[in-house]
Design a protein around this ligand. Structure first.
Ligand code: TNX
Length: 535
């Protein structure tokens, strides 16, 4: 055989191989629509629906008409050139329908697309799924039938803006992407040691003083959200079926408030100055009550997060302060931990009085607060016993264990900026959650309300680095929270992930590309002593 023949044969072999691969991959890709998260049930038939200039988008009732108008606008850039035959996209809000909350049906035939749900959120998700199909097919939708409903009611994402502040536009962009991913909770960590980020009218120094600084620069000019900003963002989220849960962290992680109002500080030591609120001054509880009043008036969510974590980092003065020691004795609280629990119970009562349910980190399980008053966020992955204890006591639980649901952990073996703890948080590990630990929740399934990815930002100073840590892992979280276990398959998810990456490209998001792990530069952390406060 001549060299030329070998080359020709090689080429031929390559073509045959490519064709074989396509035949293997494409039917699967086709059978699984380019949707994130994967729907509970989907089937694809032959044929297409084309969105063109003559396509009408309609709704029968007021709500459906509003959504139809929104979709009409969103399709402007996708509509194909004018075609003759008319076709229709129809929204139907059927309140007597049989779908669970957030569930929907999407039926695409060559002539009509029907979006149907029995709740506004379900109809919204039908629209988001349709948009994903339209984007991926550049205006051409495969004929298909989708019947969808979420695995969990709580599909959350937490952003820490105390350590570093990213601002309104970034938050709105993330809310858009969350909506597309059918995620419905934005947990906003607004107060911590490095900065207080929400305007409170009654305590102006919280922002004139408390908002100064961030993790890598304690003198950085004040950055925070005004109450007008907050209202704007809450409304923006609500239009996208996202509820915002503010976090006002206490009794620890309080340094920014302590710098502004030292009279309510519980002291602190070394690098943990003012770490706690003073746990037994009436003035402290008055302050908390007043701040909560403003928070409650800004956030319509039925839940307010009060932190409750890691108090022992900076409560050293509780052990020596005579007033505090006397208080412990007078109230029969036994010790400093008893005092911490007393504090949590008082705040829970305040929230109950305001008609809200408290959420706290998993330390609150031991506080004696009633499970009717509070929801627990399980975060200590190394303490599954804390999850089990919460469930046994009757608490509802949101799962957000550090491994694999903390986004400040690195996501790839060669990455060096970010946390590790016997490993890191790969996209695959996030995707598979919670199935590897689900046995801990056996017989308490009804108390598990959902899961969430937490982005702590000690080592994330720039929006580019924030994007890199969040994406594409957020798509894996969304699927873990939405798609029933029987419809999840990591390899299929990875096969279609490039579609999601294309969408991120159109938004200008800088993401980690798991298919070209070495090609994307890992944006650096801020220059500062590279320690994290725990584990
Ligand atoms: C623990 S999670 C914290 C945060 C840190 C985070 C870093 C929790 C309740 N507290 O204050 O930012 O670890 O991963």
């Amino acid at each position: 055989m001549s060299g030329k023949e070998i080359k020709t044969n090689d080429l031929h072999m390559k073509k045959v191989l490519t064709l074989c691969c396509l035949l293997i991959i494409i039917p699967e890709l086709w059978a699984q629509l380019p949707l994130f998260p994967t729907p509970a049930k989907q089937s694809v038939q032959k044929g297409n629906f084309t969105i063109h200039n003559q396509t009408t988008v309609e709704g029968q009732d007021e709500h459906s008409r509003q959504l139809a108008a929104t979709l009409d606008k969103e399709l402007q850039s996708i509509r194909l050139a004018r075609k003759e035959s008319k076709n229709t996209i129809k929204f139907i809000l059927n309140s007597t329908g049989d779908q669970v909350k957030d569930g929907y049906r999407l039926h695409v035939t060559p002539e009509v697309v029907t979006l149907e749900a029995s709740s506004p959120s379900g109809l919204f998700y039908a629209k988001e799924s349709l948009l994903q199909l339209a984007r991926a097919g550049e205006g051409t939708l495969p004929t298909c039938r989708i019947e969808d409903a979420p695995r969990y009611a709580w599909r959350g994402f937490m952003l820490d803006e105390s350590r570093h502040f990213f601002g309104k536009e970034k938050v709105k962009q993330y809310l858009d992407i969350m909506a597309s991913l059918r995620m419905n909770i934005f947990h906003w960590h607004l107060t911590d040691e490095q900065g207080w980020r929400i305007e409170i009218k009654q305590y102006p120094k919280l922002t004139t003083v408390g908002a100064i600084g961030n993790w890598h620069d304690p003198q950085a000019p004040a950055t925070f959200y005004t109450q007008e900003d907050i209202k704007e963002i809450v409304a923006y989220a609500a239009q996208r079926q996202i509820m915002i849960i503010p976090e006002f962290d206490m009794p620890g992680h309080a340094s920014a408030a302590g710098r502004a109002y030292p009279e309510i500080s519980g002291g602190g030591e070394g690098r943990w100055q003012h770490f706690t609120y003073h746990p037994c001054k009436e003035e402290t509880f008055q302050f908390i009550n007043n701040v909560l009043d403003e928070i409650v008036s800004l956030f319509p969510a039925p839940y307010i997060h009060i932190g409750g974590d890691e108090v022992h980092f900076g409560n050293q003065s509780w052990f020596t302060d005579p007033q505090i020691q006397q208080f412990i004795a007078d109230h029969n609280l036994k010790n400093e931990l008893g005092l911490e629990h007393y504090f949590i119970r008082r705040v829970a009562d305040m929230l109950t009085q305001k008609g809200r349910t408290m959420i706290g980190w998993d330390e609150i399980v031991d506080s004696g607060v009633s499970p009717t008053q509070a929801i627990v966020m399980w975060w200590r992955h190394d303490k599954p016993s804390q999850l089990v204890k919460a469930l046994e006591q009757g608490f509802r639980v949101i799962m957000t264990p550090r491994r694999p649901l903390y986004g400040d952990f690195v996501q790839y073996g060669t990455h060096t900026v970010g946390r590790t703890w016997n490993g890191y948080n790969s996209i695959e590990d996030i995707y598979r959650f919670p199935d590897p630990i689900i046995h801990f929740t056996k017989n308490y399934e009804d108390q598990i309300i959902g899961l969430q990815l937490n982005i702590w930002t000690e080592r994330i100073a720039q929006p580019k680095r924030l994007d890199f840590m969040v994406f594409p892992r957020l798509a894996a979280v969304a699927e873990a929270a939405w798609t029933p276990a029987r419809s999840k398959e990591c390899s299929l998810f990875m096969q279609k992930l490039p579609v999601f990456l294309n969408y991120l490209d159109t938004l200008g998001i800088y993401y980690f590309n798991p298919f070209r792990p070495e090609q994307h530069a890992e944006p650096g952390a801020p220059e500062k002593e590279d320690i994290l406060q725990n584990g």
